[in-house]
Design a protein around this ligand. Structure first.
Ligand code: HEM
Length: 443
């Protein structure tokens, strides 16, 4: 019988761990430490925290392995994790047939051919937020973009106006996001979670109320809730999907938009070039799903933002069976993390990987979008179901902002905060200056 020799998964040495700690303190981000581990240990390594020892996989081959090859041998649902407690039977935490069935019911509302129906809501809600901006008051784009993303998601997918709830539910939304963010619970399962119960109850009550209203007026064929009702789901199962959409669908876009605006503020020349392109290609017309496809340079900025600051910077799984990757044995029940962040900054794929350079996505570098080197929306059959929605939303929101405003950076340096998504903290302070005074009019 052939004996298969497997290599042990490397643990970073004490010296590497010390260097990682220094990088964490310098950059105020755990991800800086992960970069040190990756540089010194390679594409497969283990993290060693008390009670939390995941294997981290990096790079195109590893992510392809996780997302397609070994997909059926990995579980998404981890019963003890806060995300499962929050989403219960949401598509994101289900496995096997149950996942596939729910995903099929969600697909129609997020299909590409629905996007033209959502573009009005995306524009209208962006204008609702940016109409309040003045030339004399800087704004925190992390907050502004959260408001825009919430309004857009609720309007486009659920056909409800979230404006009256924004203030009432603001802290509940933030609490739920905090609940699923990495924290003390990783090493102390029963760590206290102040405010969660109440936040959850308020959100449940709100979501169940809009589901009931939809049941009473089931006359809207294009609405996600109506699709789910027609699929025969119970109110509770629909609530789990709406909670999933609400969290996965707005916190990601918030981070993505805030980071884009941060980079546009930090790179005035890139901002000016993107604005010129918008003026030239749209010629004052309102941005929509189709005309924003002409904005090639803006798309390069968006992709470069997603490369440097992928809102979902890692995926988490558990090995359902003993696995082997590249000669490394990964025993059953091991927690496996695939790192989008480290893959996006892999020195084998990207020149000057930590620098902002939209030319990383120039036409001659097109192939980098493929082959799992660039995977901000994951990959394989369980890639992001909201990808098309998010792509159009991002183009419309950013094109509209640049069409109407010139942005000047204010305030402090930001650091990468690992919340439920990767966020620019403490916020992105920008002074917007209206361009209307220069005689522009917009559609
Ligand atoms: C810039 C915006 C977004 C980014 C970067 C993003 C990223 C991702 C990534 C990386 C995954 C896969 C995670 C993994 O493999 O572990 C994912 C899955 C998912 N995303 Fe997104 N997402 C975005 C927007 C959205 C939106 C707008 C929605 C909903 C309207 C959404 C809903 C979901 C859901 C439900 C899943 C789980 C799919 C499944 O398991 O079948 N996302 N997303």
């Amino acid at each position: 019988m052939a004996v298969v020799h497997t290599k042990p998964i490397p643990n970073p040495s004490p010296l590497t761990s010390l260097r990682a700690l220094r990088a964490i303190l310098r950059d105020r981000s755990v991800l800086a430490g992960m970069q040190v581990f990756h540089a010194e240990t390679g594409d497969v390594f283990r993290l060693s925290l008390p009670g939390f020892n995941p294997v981290v996989l990096v790079g195109a081959e590893a992510t392809h392995f996780i997302l397609t090859k070994a997909r059926h041998d990995l579980r998404w649902r981890i019963d003890d994790d806060p995300i499962t407690k929050l989403l219960i039977h949401g598509v994101l935490v289900e496995d096997g047939d149950s996942h596939d069935q729910i995903r099929r019911s969600l697909n129609p509302a997020l299909h590409r051919n629905m996007l033209s129906k959502y573009e009005d809501a995306m524009l209208r809600r962006t204008d609702q937020i940016i109409d309040a901006w003045t030339d004399t008051q800087p704004v925190d784009m992390l907050v502004e973009m959260r408001k825009a993303a919430l309004l857009i998601l609720m309007d486009a997918l659920f056909h409800v106006d979230y404006t009256p709830e924004m203030e009432r539910l603001w802290h509940s939304v933030l609490n739920l996001i905090g609940f699923i963010s990495p924290g003390l619970w990783l090493v102390w399962k029963n760590a206290p979670r102040p405010g969660y119960r109440q936040a959850r109850a308020l959100m449940d009550e709100y979501l169940l109320r809009i589901i009931r209203l939809h049941r009473e007026h089931l006359d809207d064929p294009d609405d996600m809730i109506s699709f789910l009702i027609k699929a025969g789901m119970s109110d509770e199962l629909i609530r789990d999907q709406l909670m999933t959409m609400l969290i996965a669908g707005h916190d990601t876009s918030t981070a993505m938009l805030a980071w884009s605006l941060y980079l546009l503020g930090a790179h005035p020349e890139a901002q000016a070039r993107a604005r010129e392109e918008i003026d030239q290609e749209l010629n004052g017309a309102a941005p929509n799903a189709v005309n924003t496809l002409q904005l090639r340079y803006l798309q390069q900025i968006i992709d470069e933002t997603l490369r440097l600051y992928p809102p979902i910077h890692l995926g988490s799984r558990v090995a359902a069976v003993d696995l082997e990757f590249d000669g490394f044995a990964i025993p059953k029940e091991t927690r496996v993390l695939y790192s989008i962040f480290l893959t996006h900054r892999h020195p084998d794929y990207w020149e000057r990987p930590n620098d902002f350079d939209p030319d990383h996505f120039s036409p001659e570098n097109k192939h980098k979008r493929e082959h799992y080197m660039f995977l901000p929306f994951g990959g394989g059959p369980r890639n992001c179901i909201g990808m098309a929605f998010a792509q159009v939303e991002t183009r419309i929101v950013l094109a509209r902002i640049l069409q109407r405003f010139r942005l000047e950076q204010r305030g402090h340096a930001v650091h990468l905060h690992m919340g439920a998504t990767l966020e620019p903290r403490p916020g992105v302070w920008i002074q917007p200056y209206s361009r209307l005074s220069k005689g522009n009019t917009y559609g």
